[in-house]
Design a binder for this molecule. Sequence first.
Ligand SMILES: [Zn+2]
Length: 343
Amino acid sequence: MDFTIQNVLVPVEHGYQTVDVQIAGNHIAAIAPSLEVVGTAIAGDHKLLLPGFINAHTHSSEMWQRGLIRPVPLELWLAELYDFAPLEPEQVYLSALGTAVETLLSGGTSVVDHLSLIPGRELETIAAAVRAYQEVGIRAFIGPLIQDESLTVGLPSAGKATAHAPYPRSTAATLALMKEAIARFHQPDTGISILLAPTGIQLCSDALFTGCIELSHDHNLCLHSHLLETKAQQLLAQEKYGCSAVEHLQQLSYLGSRTSLAHCVWLNDSDMNILAKTQSTVVHNPLSNLRLGSGIAPILKYRSGGVNVAIGCDGAASNDSQDLREAIKLACKLQNNTQAAMN
Ligand SMILES: [Zn+2]
């Protein structure tokens, strides 16, 4: 459909300019003052034209636990999250639908959904989210949330020997599942892309990371994980690898321009330099980090250190909304804290 938006404001340096915007089919054909009207004319008076924002990290199915979990630290919060009964695929469809709508209404045109999978019904889960995103027409990057270690492995042991239950799905079975998901659902031309998204160093083996890297190369896919959301994860990395989580991921060749990493609250200077050098992206989730008391990521410092930064809402259970403008606003205001900038 062709249309022309007339007299809309666009931000320019130190102010605004009034322009017209010609849309031809699916593309912006021109943005300039006083354009000829093509197709339908739409009045843009007193409206601001902004680029489509990207919600670079969320978990759509957490909409069902929105506002329900107390604001406790991540490790305790996760235990409460795991206590909820698994969803039905229809519920996954509805929460993806809600996430898509709330993202669009707050200026987002793309969503990165680190999607929790229903045990034993993983492909149905992904299909339900795909259906929702296609119905709404939002661009979605779906990263099925995978791990191959049980929840208790994700805590530092402080030198105590602890027995952990094995994770119910093997690493090989998880990678086979991802292969199937890619074959069935990865269709960037229709707005749906699959990401390889091992949840993070706290719950994933090296074999799982390596398998995801291979699949990423074979199918030209992006990688997405949580990274150093809490101080406990920083301690765990030292226990597990004898070096920082970032150093370990670099040794595995997990980092690169196609890799985005949610949180990164607890990077040291060397970690920051590695992320800059490898052109990895930090996804800042300010509301979630405040709600769970994880800390304030020093984003200005990362930016001046050359790290690419995106902004996300994180799931509604750690944010209480999916309002992307709220996250962007808070991200900007939080960095006015001089101490956070100088950390
Ligand atoms: Zn998350």
